[in-house]
Design a protein around this ligand. Sequence first.
Ligand SMILES: NC(=O)c1ccc[n+]([C@@H]2O[C@H](COP(=O)([O-])OP(=O)(O)OC[C@H]3O[C@@H](n4cnc5c(N)ncnc54)[C@H](OP(=O)(O)O)[C@@H]3O)[C@@H](O)[C@H]2O)c1
Length: 264
Amino acid sequence: MIGGRLLITGAGGQLGRALVEEFAAEEVVALTRAEWDVSLPAPPGLDPDLVLHAAAWTDVDGAEDDPQGAAAVNVGGTAHVAALGVPLVAFSTDYVFDGRKREPYVESDGPHPGSAYGRTKLHGEAAAGEQAWIVRSSWLFGPTGHNFVRTMLRLGEERDEVAVVDDQRGSPTYVGHLAAATRDILERPYGVWHVAADGDCTWAEFAEAIFAAAGLRCRVRRISTADLGRPAPRPAYSVLRSEKGAPRLPHWREGLRECLARLA
Ligand SMILES: NC(=O)c1ccc[n+]([C@@H]2O[C@H](COP(=O)([O-])OP(=O)(O)OC[C@H]3O[C@@H](n4cnc5c(N)ncnc54)[C@H](OP(=O)(O)O)[C@@H]3O)[C@@H](O)[C@H]2O)c1
C-alpha cells in the first residue's frame, strides 16, 4: 500500500516518533503540532497519498474539564485529515469501551465510552470516513514523551514506595511494536482493527515489572481507582484482541525490554 507521499501527524508524540522511525525509508512528511494544528484545516500543498494520523488530545483527565477542546482535536482534527481525501490510519483507544466485560474486547463489540476522552475518540473514528483503518490500541509507552514507564522510572529513583492502581487491567503496548504492525495493517481492508500487545496486567503489576527490569528497589503499594480519585473514569478491563486477523504484537514484557534498552 505504501508508495508515494506519507504524511504523519502528531510527529512529536510518542507514537508519531515511532512511526517516523518505522517509515524512515519512505517519502515522509512528518508534521508536529507546531507545523499543523489539526484542529485547523490542513495547510495548502501537503498533497499526501496516505496519512498516519497520530495527533490527538491525549490528556484523559483534561478532557473532562474541556470536552469541546478535546473534540476539536480528536473529532475536528480527524475530519480535517479525512478532508485531504486520501486513505488514512486513525489511531484510537481501548477507552472507547466501558470496561464491564471480563474477556477481551474484539472489533465487533459495541463501544460505550465512559469518559469525555473516549467519546471524542469514538466520534473521531466516525470522522475518519470510509477510506480509513481505525487502529485501536492501549496503554501506549515508548522511550519518549509522557507515559507510565517513564513516570515509574522517575518515581522509582526518587521514592521507596509508590501507590499504583491495581483494579484496571489492560495490555501495555510498546509504540515501536504498534508502528511496525501499522505497516501490516495497510495490507488489510479498511475498518476497525484491534492491535495491542500480547498478555495483560494491572498498572500495579506493570509497575512491579518495570522496577524489576530496571533494577529499582521501589515497592508498589496496590490501591484502587477510587483511592486515586482521578476526574475521568477509566475502564476496569480493556484488553483488546482481534477476531479478524489483525497483526499479533509481541508480549508487553518484550515491549518493556525493548523500551528499557532504548532508554539505557
Ligand atoms: N497514550 C496512550 O496510552 C494511548 C492508548 C491508546 C490509544 N492512544 C492513541 O494513540 C495515538 C497517539 O497517542 P500518543 O500516546 O502518541 O500521544 P502523545 O504522545 O500525547 O502524542 C500526541 C501528539 O499529538 C499532538 N497534538 C495535540 N494536539 C494537537 C493538535 N491540535 N494538532 C496537532 N497535534 C496535536 C501532541 O502535541 P503536544 O505534545 O504539543 O500537545 C503530541 O505530539 C492517539 O490517537 C491516542 O489517542 C494512546
